[in-house]
Design a protein around this ligand. Sequence first.
Ligand code: CO
Length: 211
Amino acid sequence: MMPFERLLLENKAWAAEKVGEDPLFFKRLENIQQPDFLWIGCSDSRVPANEITGTQPGEIFVHRNVANLVINTDVNLLSVLDYAVNHLKVKHVIVCGHYGCGGVKAATTNHDYKYLLNMWLRNIKDVYRLHREELDAIHEPDERTNRLVELNVVEQLKNLAKTSIIQRAWKQENRPDLHGWVYGLKNGIINPLLDIKANTSLDPLYEYDDL
Ligand code: CO
């Protein structure tokens, strides 16, 4: 059997098991999805959104990229955010990083990762620069990376709040709340870092007044 064929075989077994537990499982999800959550996580294969939160298909709308970044010119992320907020009407947006993130670690080096990755990782270097004093004071490299993982999640959460997509939903419907989490690869536990409730005031520089 080719390695990828195992996935197809497992898929059949999974589908059969679901129907065994609940004959209407797929029928119910076929025509509608009403997730309460948008998850913005790292692409890392060890951090699967549904599995680590014990949620089922239909419960979380998911976007993942290297180091869970929210970049204000990323059409992919913004499309997902727009759809989740304005069409699915999610109540919560979660940015979930993870300790030991390879993307964050790479951004702390001076290595040339070539074109696209350099461009992407630059955003994390900017987070480092914003918090340089605190990070430079941490001498143990893994500890410093993990603190940068946390600060990166906080900055990405703020980047969400800076979008007109979020600000308009806050003004018109008092949702969604934003949550910044960090997952531990060592123990499987999520560390909740920061919540930004709907309509929390921001730096006025980023507030739109004509939404
Ligand atoms: Co990662």
